[in-house]
Design a binder for this molecule. Structure first.
Ligand SMILES: [Zn+2]
Length: 103
């Protein structure tokens, strides 16, 4: 694979991940930062990422996320490092939009 096509491939994958993340946030499958979050990072252990639905390989960064609802920790799921940052960014964007909508 040439460097140029590798970049294009990555770009397309990111767009797909963003689309899935937005759909899962809209359906309520993924929470959106209203509850305090706790996160742990490490190397992949083969868990399935809640954003992209792919296994997190050993060489990849795996992030476990918990939200605290009414003082009780609740597992959100496991994320690839990159999928977690996309999720957080989409959450921030959604929050900005809802603030604008309420104003
Ligand atoms: Zn992922």
């Amino acid at each position: 694979m040439t460097q140029r096509s590798a970049l294009r491939h990555t770009h397309r994958t990111l767009r797909q991940v963003m689309t899935v993340a937005r759909a899962r946030m809209a359906s309520g499958e993924l929470p959106c930062g209203t509850a305090p979050l706790r996160m742990w990072g490490g190397y992949g252990s083969g868990k399935v990422c809640v954003v992209c639905g792919k296994a997190i390989e050993r060489a990849e960064v795996e992030i476990e996320v918990e939200e605290t609802v009414g003082g009780t920790p609740k597992l959100v799921g496991w994320f690839h490092g990159v999928c977690q940052s996309i999720w957080q960014r989409e959450c921030a964007r959604a929050a900005r939009f809802s603030i604008v909508a309420e104003a």
